[in-house]
Design a protein around this ligand. Sequence first.
Ligand SMILES: Nc1ncnc2c1ncn2[C@@H]1O[C@H](COP(=O)(O)OP(=O)(O)OP(=O)(O)O)[C@@H](O)[C@H]1O
Ligand SMILES: [Mg+2]
Length: 500
Amino acid sequence: MAVLEVSGLTKRYPGVTALDGVDLEVRPGEVHVLIGENGAGKSTMVRCLSGIERPDAGTMRLHGRPYRPDTAADGLKAGVRVVHQELALLPNLSVAENLFLHHLPRRAGVVDRAALDRSARNLLAEVGLELSPRTPVERLGIAQMQLVEIAKALSGQCQLLIMDEPTATLTPKETGRLFEILRRLTANGVAVIYISHHLEEIFEIGDRVTVLRNGQHVVTREIAGLTTAELVRFMVGRDLAHEYPPVRARERGEELLRVTDLQVTPATPPLSLTVHAGEVVGVAGLVNSGRTEAMRAIFGADRPAAGRVEVRGRPVRSRHPRAAVRAGLSFLTEDRKAQGLVLDLPIAANMSLASLPAVSRFGLLSRSAENRAATRLAEKLRVASQGVRQHVRALSGGNQQKVVLGRWLAADTDLLIVDEPTRGIDVGARYEIHQLLLDLADAGKGLLVVSSDLPELLGICDRIIVFSRNAIAGEVERADFDAERVLNLAYSGYLKGVSV
Ligand SMILES: Nc1ncnc2c1ncn2[C@@H]1O[C@H](COP(=O)(O)OP(=O)(O)OP(=O)(O)O)[C@@H](O)[C@H]1O
Ligand SMILES: [Mg+2]
């Protein structure tokens, strides 16, 4: 018997039908992949299944019995565990408290700290997180938070495990470990619904796939025998002829950025690099290899211990993001939430935050200029919305990301640092974003692109700088691009002293 049967599930928001009569059946022991473009309705489905939202129509059955959760607590009670797309940990509480929030072990009425620590340690070990259960969550990086969310979903009994883009911030190794856990659970009959924009993951872990488009069910299929091209066509409704836009030969112009002996902390090695006008420079490396920290230090978001940063030969003296922006640098951080998306402002306002001069006339903000500029960008980025006056809160996760990206693309600075520009973005829009980045380079701007997606870097960069254990392990020019070569460099810092 199916673990979950959904039939005719419908959810409407003002102006949009997020789910339009969707059917879904999930069997015991299967990983059922749910895919679709940004805004297709995947997370809405998850919210209905978990009890956070009530559907407008349709029925759900769990193990053959009617399932109508009114709250998230009802879902939990029924054995439905969810890792949501948006992290939802309580920052002031410890890791252990977050893990067992709903079922803290008690002795004689008080929380049993020792038991709590013990259980927490076991769960953390399972997901491969080495940290004290007493660590406050606010001190963790995003990848660690994601692992805590996953560990939390694994605490206690579960019949149906739902994961909404769980690997967006994880390393391949952490993803591998997650897949091992999923295989163990499914071997015990647990059913898994798995959402991801990474097609290679889907082939690795999925048994069947359901594709949604514009809130409608497109197809459900066995994954074995499907090709990537077929999946993309189901999702996007058209063929994507090329995975990456053609990279045109470009003149390497004047030097825009020169970083000399920059030390992120007194203990980390000095880093030096340059970026020229018209150049797309990739920054590869494993997560935690120091890439993000280096970018933050270059931009002035964190104060480096030593070193010089020059833009067009002029030192950026004051170590502050505002000085960096004035000098012509902008930075799209990997932590989109911290980028200050203002959820209750329209898309257009959010997009123009970094480029107010361009949409102002005589010092006054011109709403129509703002709308026009935002509309153009939103179209290019394929933001699924009801127009640029719509509030960002009503957008799907991926579409919110596109808005942040749009803000920095609109900023029109000489040098743009983007950290994980296509994370959480669907395959169709990825191409457009790559095209936009290349257009900027064609226009003479310099780009530093940090990405954990190596094919992406190989697809769009002129040169790749490889980080390994907080140092620059090497650089590879486009003519010498080779995935293995980059990977060897990325691992090199960790292999020193290890006889292979
Ligand atoms: N609270 C809300 N108010 C209004 N519209 C909403 C709300 N939440 C979601 N929507 C709309 O519902 C549709 C489906 O969104 P959903 O978040 O389910 O997409 P998704 O498939 O998860 O996309 P992504 O890949 O970007 O995460 C979108 O058009 C979105 O704008
Ligand atoms: Mg979503």
